[in-house]
Design a binder for this molecule. Structure first.
Ligand code: BMA
Length: 402
């Protein structure tokens, strides 16, 4: 603790006490209209796990207040590789084009469960830990997806053999599944900066309104899906005391609110509501319009559900592979999301020359991407840092910072 600051604080407190002792006829102060202060409603919206760490709770409150200012821009695997480079310290395709890192970093845990040192897309978990720390240290937000193997067959996430009943309590693969969760718990608990756990928005069992993963709509019943989610959350939070996670629930396409909520595990198990929707480019002018309409229709429903449940909302995964439309960022994506109070949107990974979702230098949509991120309401990492999402620069930060 900084002794000089403590003395200064003591002097200020005593001066303040003297002033307070005098009778005052001043009118009560009104709140400043231009602050995006956390209001009563926001304070009421607590995280689903009341034992989360202070920084995790602060992040959650910030995520709720944020849409009043802007939307965080995110990118999957941003720091690990891009088009034409791999594992170059400090590198990022978003930074190469926009001059700043994304505000949200998506990382993928697939294959952590099997004890592999590298993930499903060859990112070493040790390197991921460093990338997570780097992004967090600069003020960014971390989210994690998990394309875990099929625990019944040992094959991939895309092996749609029914597996959920086998891993629920009493099932033949229950113990195996808990051992997988142990590896996830160990990894997430190992994400620390200056001795404090780094908050993670964990997004398991995503796109479950589709049927391409073993936890999909045709692969298990709503009750089985809910039981799987609750088992996962209870084991991580209660048994393993992983208190630096918030849960993101993200479907694929959904018809209406009932469809969205059919497998919803409950407000006590979810913190952020989202969905994944990509644009399918057919080469026709209508494909942009189809995407905009789809996103807007779903965000309309999501906003209503979020408001009712006091949960922040997000566009958990989106993009147009290879971005063949030069003004896609301002003309399509921004048009689709601009009217909705989402906290973040995340573009998928720049995996290979025919599978990427943000531009690289020289890409036809580069100029439009720069225009898009220049919008005051689109937050990259330095905007996130200024928004001080973890509230680490507040009073206690000032007092204790060395
Ligand atoms: C998919 C693709 C795959 C990848 C998987 C998990 O959408 O990008 O290449 O393995 O996500 O990250």
């Amino acid at each position: 603790m900084n002794m000089m600051r403590i003395h200064l604080l003591a002097a200020l407190l005593s001066a303040w006490a003297t002033v307070q002792a005098q009778p005052s006829n001043r009118a009560p102060e009104r709140p400043k209209p231009d602050t995006a202060a956390v209001d009563d409603k926001t304070i009421a919206a607590l995280p689903s796990n009341l034992r989360v760490t202070r920084r995790t709770r602060q992040l959650y409150q910030s995520l709720q207040a944020l849409p009043q200012q802007g939307v965080l821009f995110g990118h999957q695997d941003d720091l690990a590789y891009g088009i034409g480079w791999k594992y170059v310290p400090g590198e990022s395709d978003v930074k190469r084009v926009a001059g700043d890192y994304p505000a949200v970093y998506g990382w993928e845990l697939g294959h952590l469960e099997t004890g592999d040192p590298v993930n499903i897309d060859s990112v070493p978990f040790d390197a991921m830990r460093t990338f997570v720390r780097d992004g967090y240290r600069r003020g960014g937000v971390i989210t994690m997806s998990w394309h875990l193997n099929n625990p019944y067959t040992g094959s991939s996430s895309w092996d749609t053999t029914a597996a959920v009943p086998h891993i629920l309590p009493g099932g033949s693969k229950h113990a195996l599944y808990l051992s997988w969760l142990d590896r996830v718990a160990d990894f997430i608990l190992s994400l620390r900066y200056k001795g404090k756990a780094i908050p993670v928005l964990f997004r398991p069992f995503h796109e479950h309104t589709g049927s391409w993963f073993w936890w999909g709509e045709k692969q298990c019943t709503p009750d089985e899906y809910k039981a799987l989610w609750r088992l996962t959350a209870d084991y991580l939070r209660l048994t393993r005391k992983v208190n630096n996670i918030l849960f993101v629930y993200s479907t694929a396409e959904f018809r209406d609110e009932a469809h969205y909520l059919e497998r919803y595990p409950g407000d006590a198990y979810v913190d952020v509501l989202g969905f994944d929707t990509y644009m399918q480019h057919t080469g026709e002018a209508e494909s942009g319009e189809i995407y905009r309409q789809a996103i807007r229709g779903r965000l309309d429903m999501l906003t209503a559900m979020g408001a009712r449940r006091q949960k922040p909302t997000c566009l958990a995964e989106t993009g147009l592979e290879q971005i063949p439309v030069a003004d896609w960022w301002t003309g399509t994506l921004w048009e689709a999301v601009k009217d909705f109070p989402i906290t973040y949107l995340l573009l998928w990974r720049n995996g290979r020359p025919n599978h990427y979702y943000v531009p690289y230098p020289g890409h036809p949509s580069e100029a439009d991407f720069q225009k898009f991120v220049a919008n005051d309401r689109v937050f990259l990492e330095s905007d996130a840092r200024r928004a001080n999402l973890y509230r680490t620069n507040g009073f206690w930060g000032w007092l204790f910072r060395r």
